[in-house]
Design a protein around this ligand. Structure first.
Ligand code: 5GP
Ligand code: MN
Length: 322
């Protein structure tokens, strides 16, 4: 059975479903999760959607249909017929939900990360897909489920954000075809653009200013980077959860083959986001440093402080150039 059909068959008889995405979820994670919740609830199943700890829902996705159905991990049932992981490359990215995962009757993994560890009973992993949202759509088609405007809006949000508004390399012909199909199904195309890209807080726009002012270019490493500290967050009143697209502003610099954004966390560790301009494969850099992701968009957490984590990445990049 092909991937999409095997997922459709796996959930067909399920009465109770727990679904989740990865920690620090992005637009594709929450969009796919809420779409699956709407689709399966529409079939009469009891769906429990949740997100890993730390339980933070990005404010730019508050508008998505079904957002109010999300449950904190402690409110989940102890077991379920089927557990669905979306856009999540490995089990450690869904802590503490792997406990529910282990007790599920059947587990399903729908993802487009190349480094996905195929951790479930049914693994539908396609790194050539633009987004996990695209894979959810294929399941929906394979199973002949009715797609309403609410679920279409959620999938469209995933598609738009993971392709960088149809600009990244994963913007395949099928990504455009999917956009048209979702618009036809009633996705709120303009609303998604307004809510995600033109409804940001003034606090976040000021944080963006702080990060942009600090941007550095190291021409020999073809690197552009910047950072955000905890005191930046206090001073501006912004949160890291709303800063998902901040790194895209650093990509604007000509000659930036690697773009890095260092984000200091409350415990002093640093979340590092990496993007590739065009040529450099950043997933392998992230993997060496304990993370992972896509060839062109990856990340990791450094146990070092801000200065130390910047030094650590520069050292890695120098080694590559040596
Ligand atoms: P971001 O920079 O937006 O946090 O992450 C970029 C991409 O890399 C996303 O697809 C995300 O799932 C992946 N990623 C980020 N951090 C990690 C990590 O620590 N481990 C793994 N396996 N993937 C990561
Ligand atoms: Mn994704």
């Amino acid at each position: 059975m092909k991937g999409a059909e095997s997922v459709a068959a796996a959930v067909q008889r399920a009465k109770t479903v727990v679904a989740t995405s990865h920690v620090n979820p992005d637009g594709d994670g929450v969009g796919s999760l809420l779409a699956v919740t709407i689709l399966l609830s529409g079939l009469g199943k009891k769906v429990y959607p949740s997100l890993p700890e730390p339980w933070k829902y990005p404010p730019q996705y508050e508008f998505l249909p079904g957002r109010e159905s999300l449950l904190a991990p402690e409110s989940l049932p102890g077991n379920c017929d089927v557990f669905i992981a979306l856009d999540c490359s490995n089990l450690s990215r869904m802590e503490p939900l792997e406990q529910v995962f282990e007790r599920a009757g059947l587990t399903v993994n729908i993802d487009h990360h190349e480094d996905n560890t195929r951790f479930a009973d049914v693994n539908y992993v396609d790194p050539a897909a633009s987004s996990t949202a695209e894979l959810v759509y294929r399941v929906c088609e394979a199973a002949s489920w009715a797609l309403d405007g609410r679920a279409a809006t959620c999938l469209y949000a995933g598609l738009v954000t993971d392709t960088g508004r149809f600009q990244h390399r994963n913007t395949t012909p099928s990504a455009f075809v999917l956009a048209a199909k979702l618009a036809e199904a009633g996705a709120d195309v303009h609303g998604v653009a307004r809510e995600i890209y033109e409804s940001q807080s003034l606090q976040y726009v000021r944080l963006l200013g702080t990060a942009l002012k600090r941007a550095q270019r190291l021409e020999n490493l073809r690197l552009v980077y910047s950072y955000i500290t905890q005191s930046d967050l206090e001073e501006t009143g912004a949160t890291l959860a709303e800063a998902e697209d901040l790194i895209d502003y650093l990509r604007r610099v000509k000659g930036a083959e690697v773009v890095a954004l260092f984000k200091e966390l409350p415990d002093g560790t640093v979340r590092v986001s990496l993007r590739s301009g065009d040529e450099v494969e950043v997933a392998s850099i992230a993997r060496v440093l304990g993370g992972g992701g896509h060839a062109m968009a990856a990340g990791y957490t450094s146990e070092k402080d801000l200065e130390g984590s910047i030094g650590e990445l520069l050292e890695r990049l120098r080694d590559r150039h040596a």
